[in-house]
Design a protein around this ligand. Structure first.
Ligand SMILES: Cc1cc2nc3c(=O)[nH]c(=O)nc-3n(C[C@H](O)[C@H](O)[C@H](O)COP(=O)(O)OP(=O)(O)OC[C@H]3O[C@@H](n4cnc5c(N)ncnc54)[C@H](O)[C@@H]3O)c2cc1C
Length: 369
């Protein structure tokens, strides 16, 4: 088959990967000169720990397995199974962690409840004050800023992959697309993986989607000067992941006013150059701000410094990103057939970097590539 993939983010790239793996040829179009959407703005966290029990955990676990095997073949992806520590600083946070390790799927998630000494043995950079940490041995990370070009180079080596950046797709007819340079690309199937671009071509061919957009603020620091051996989250993160019943936490403990106002958690992962990617906020109401605001950065800096027991290195980059998220919390992705020749795949939300290898595999299996 000849498959036309539209959208150079991780979802489009993983669909291209699946197609090339299965012996098909791929033409891959992206409107920017390089992917600049959610897939390069994220933490690169392959986050299994917080996924809802059932299909969501199964997809995340399968995706983590795929990331690992892809990472072994394409070292430029930067996959490492570094695990994560969600650091608890109050009795209410410890209670959530205790409930998580007592759950029937705790082993599948690699959960362990650690005391401060064991936490520091696994991650010596955590020299701040805390009472416990939830270890998730299944979590991992990739290097979002460089993973996509590395994957494309590996696909190009097959001789069956063509990357066409700087081409916005304007029209879809059956299994062919027309780009804004007037060229038509015809295949046996079109995969539209256009991310959070819900207007334009997406609205014309698929209508209004059961998907909303979410905006996040992020930052990156100078190198830490030592290894942060695991990814790190704070207790507020329990509020944002379905695996944790955070009702007791919410009853016992209000978020700080800034964290509450900006719907925040702390997530922190070390880049391969030693810098720390930190975040995040969540904004759901459009129109979104076009600028980034400072109070959330003050908050994550304070929390991260408290966990590290030292000042956070200077922030050298700040940015915002927008992802598309299915309105149905049980839906892992919005997959919509557009006639017989095309399929639209979007809306994996804040787990899209994690789940995209398995989502693409499911698309291939459902469509019988
Ligand atoms: C700040 C932030 C942090 C996140 N952190 C994580 C994390 O740590 N772990 C995790 O699992 N998930 C995370 N996510 C979610 C994850 O990044 C997204 O779910 C995922 O990247 C979505 O991938 P995508 O390919 O659908 O979208 P995108 O990366 O946005 O890619 C869509 C692409 O389609 C292109 N496009 C659109 N329309 C056209 C057209 N007509 N013609 C040609 N090209 C077109 C766009 O230019 C874009 O490059 C985060 C998201 C954000 C914003």
């Amino acid at each position: 088959m000849r498959i036309i993939v539209v959208g150079g983010g991780v979802l489009g790239t993983m669909h291209a990967w699946q197609a090339v793996e299965r012996g098909h040829s791929v033409v891959h179009l992206e409107r920017e000169r390089e992917a600049r959407g959610a897939s390069v703005r994220n933490f690169g966290l392959v986050w299994v720990s917080g996924r809802a029990a059932g299909p969501e955990l199964a997809v995340a676990s399968r995706a983590r397995q795929l990331w690992q095997s892809i990472g072994e073949r394409v070292p430029g992806v930067g996959f490492r199974g570094n695990g994560s520590l969600t650091v608890c600083r109050t009795p209410a946070e410890v209670a959530v962690a205790e409930a998580a390790v007592a759950a029937p799927d705790a082993v599948e998630r690699g959960f362990e409840l650690l005391d401060p000494a064991e936490t520091r043995r696994r991650n010596p950079a955590l020299r701040g004050e805390f009472t416990a940490a939830l270890w998730c041995g299944r979590d991992g990370a990739v290097e979002s800023r460089v993973a996509l070009p590395a994957l494309r180079a590996a696909m190009a080596a097959s001789g069956r992959y063509t990357w066409l950046p700087g081409r916005e797709v304007r029209d879809l007819a059956d299994s062919a697309v027309r780009d804004d340079q007037g060229d038509t690309h015809a295949g046996d199937l079109v995969v539209l993986a256009t991310g959070a671009a819900l207007g334009g071509l997406t609205r014309e061919v698929a209508g209004e989607l059961p998907v909303r957009r979410v905006r996040l603020q992020m930052a990156q620091t100078e190198p830490l000067g030592e290894a942060l051996t695991t990814s790190v989250a704070d207790g507020d993160s329990f509020r944002y992941y379905p695996a944790f019943d955070s009702s007791a936490l919410e009853a016992a403990q209000a978020q700080s006013p800034v964290a509450d106002a900006y719907k925040m958690q702390l997530l922190m992962v070390q880049r391969l150059d030693g810098g720390l990617t930190i975040g995040d906020t969540h904004a759901y109401a459009e129109p979104f701000d076009f600028d980034v605001v400072e109070p959330p950065y003050d908050h994550v800096t304070e929390v991260a410094s408290a966990l590290l027991g030292r000042p956070l290195p200077r922030v050298v980059r700040r940015w915002a990103g927008v992802y598309a998220q299915c309105l149905d919390p049980a839906a892992i992705v919005h997959r919509q057939r557009l006639g017989t020749g095309a399929v639209l795949v979007t809306g994996p939300g804040g787990r899209g970097m994690t789940c995209s290898p398995a989502i693409a595999e499911q698309t291939a299996e459902e469509l019988g590539w």
